[in-house]
Design a protein around this ligand. Structure first.
Ligand SMILES: Cc1cc2nc3c(=O)[nH]c(=O)nc-3n(C[C@H](O)[C@H](O)[C@H](O)COP(=O)(O)OP(=O)(O)OC[C@H]3O[C@@H](n4cnc5c(N)ncnc54)[C@H](O)[C@@H]3O)c2cc1C
Length: 426
């Protein structure tokens, strides 16, 4: 037991009841917080009020974010240089601050580097060079293939005897060249502005699009988006995360060299689960930050607004509601970090395991933001206060990166699969 000799308030940091941090961690947290406060939050609020066309127009403050992020000077190799446990905490600290600043921009920055991170992970220097300095995106959903992208187990998770869903973005894979036709969904983050994509496509390697079980063959590739045959749809006008430009990308006989593939037939689903797990870890950190932002706004408001003859914070009922929000923010952080540690440190992660945290964090974040909104009373509904934007941003995330009911259903499927291997049987 660690004894205290005096009754004092507990140690807290920006990230709540945190174990002591080293100087380097504190410095990184402070500089990312400054970036979140001075760049992401004000620009996110400005973009939120603009049309999707204005958000992506040349000269838009959206592009300032990328220039300022580069100036922030975070070494892209930083995490690889740190001891693994510290790297997890630092990655989590950075992700939470970004989300605290603005969810849409946090997602946009993460999606922007997705193709580059994949190029590094497969160790392909040509693709690293191709992706460096560019705004990227991750095209995994297609118009007719939303929740179905998270289907891995065709025998347990699909209509018996039916072929799987190959989607609408298809590749014909030749000896030296890949030809791409079709389109990704309108929901692709950065789809309206990206210069390079990490794409997941249905693929024909010469014997059709399906294996003997009816599971679609796939291809993952880095695709430059300035090639002949690439075109865009209108940027998506949506409820929340309006600072994140989304939109369709169309492919009409677009040709890329086969060496741009990052996963062919046999390695496709393994690569797919890694990429999706990587995305899920970002979601959890980001929406821990959103939950914290809503909690802080509510705490502040309760110190300003008087009803019942007292400041709201002096009512027992309100303290209970604040306490409930605080414990949920702590829950988000704990789950987000555990899942991040699992994804980065275990040799055998899985997207459904990461999705478990994505669901918990986003559901809890939604609860916190919704309660903060309620605490603001009528003022919450006014665009003058920032809480209504957080509500819209948080609502969207219950669907983003996998709809939460579907993800939970697939977590149950994972339990079934593991049980079949002997897990949980005493
Ligand atoms: C803000 C945002 C950002 C996004 N970013 C990206 C991105 O960067 N890249 C990308 O590729 N995509 C992205 N998406 C797409 C996102 O992954 C999909 O929206 C999500 O997976 C759900 O797919 P869907 O919208 O087609 O819904 P659907 O799959 O059509 O689901 C509709 C409803 O049907 C239910 N349902 C679906 N399948 C089943 C089933 N088997 N059994 C029972 N019920 C079912 C679901 O629960 C849901 O309520 C983004 C979406 C949002 C909102």
């Amino acid at each position: 037991m660690r004894l205290s000799t005096e009754l004092k308030l507990p140690a807290v940091s920006l990230t709540g009841f945190e174990t002591p941090m080293g100087e380097e961690e504190l410095a990184i947290q402070a500089s990312v917080h400054r970036f979140a406060k001075e760049v992401l939050r004000p620009i996110g609020q400005e973009l939120d009020k603009m049309t999707p066309e204005q958000v992506i127009a040349p000269g838009s403050p959206y592009y300032t974010v990328f220039a300022e992020a580069a100036r922030l000077g975070l070494d892209p190799g930083l995490l690889a240089q740190l001891p693994p446990d510290m790297a997890v905490r630092v990655e989590s600290l950075i992700g939470e601050e970004m989300g605290w600043g603005d969810a849409g921009l946090a997602i946009s920055l993460a999606a922007a580097s997705f193709p580059l991170e994949m190029a590094k992970a497969v160790g392909n220097q040509e693709l690293v060079d191709l992706c460096t300095g560019k705004i990227g995106c991750w095209m995994i959903t297609h118009p007719d293939k939303g929740s179905d992208v998270t289907m891995y187990d065709i025998r347990r998770d699909w209509t018996p005897g039916a072929q799987g869903n190959k989607g609408n973005m298809l590749a014909t894979v030749g000896k030296d060249e890949i030809v791409i036709n079709g389109q990704c969904s309108a929901w692709v983050s950065n789809g309206a502005v990206a210069q390079v994509a990490l794409g997941y496509l249905g693929a024909d390697y010469g014997d059709g699009f399906f294996d003997a079980d009816g599971r679609p063959h796939g291809l993952a590739a880095i695709i430059p988006l300035d090639l002949p045959g690439v075109s865009r749809g209108k940027p998506l006008d949506k409820l929340g995360q309006r600072s994140l430009p989304q939109g369709e990308i169309y492919f009409d006989n677009v040709r890329i060299p086969r060496r741009f593939a990052v996963a062919l037939q046999d390695s496709y689903y393994g690569n797919h689960t890694s990429a999706w797990s990587y995305a899920g870890t970002h979601m959890s950190q980001t929406f821990t930050g959103v939950a914290r932002a809503a909690f802080e706004l509510a705490l502040q408001y309760c110190h300003e607004r008087k009803q019942g003859g007292q400041l709201l914070i002096n009512h027992q009922l309100t303290r209970h509601r604040i306490g409930d929000m605080l414990r949920r923010v702590e829950l988000c952080r704990a789950v987000a970090r555990r899942s991040l540690a699992y994804a980065r440190l275990t040799p055998q992660g899985h997207a459904y395991a990461t999705a478990s945290a994505k669901v918990t964090v986003t559901q809890e974040a939604w609860q916190v933001v919704n309660e903060a909104f309620q605490l603001f009373g009528g003022a919450a509904t006014s665009r003058e206060y920032p809480i209504e934007k957080l509500l819209r941003d948080a609502r969207v995330t219950l669907i983003e990166d996998g709809e939460n009911n579907v993800l939970t259903m697939r977590l149950g499927l994972l339990a079934q699969q593991l049980h079949a291997e002997g897990w949980g049987q005493g």
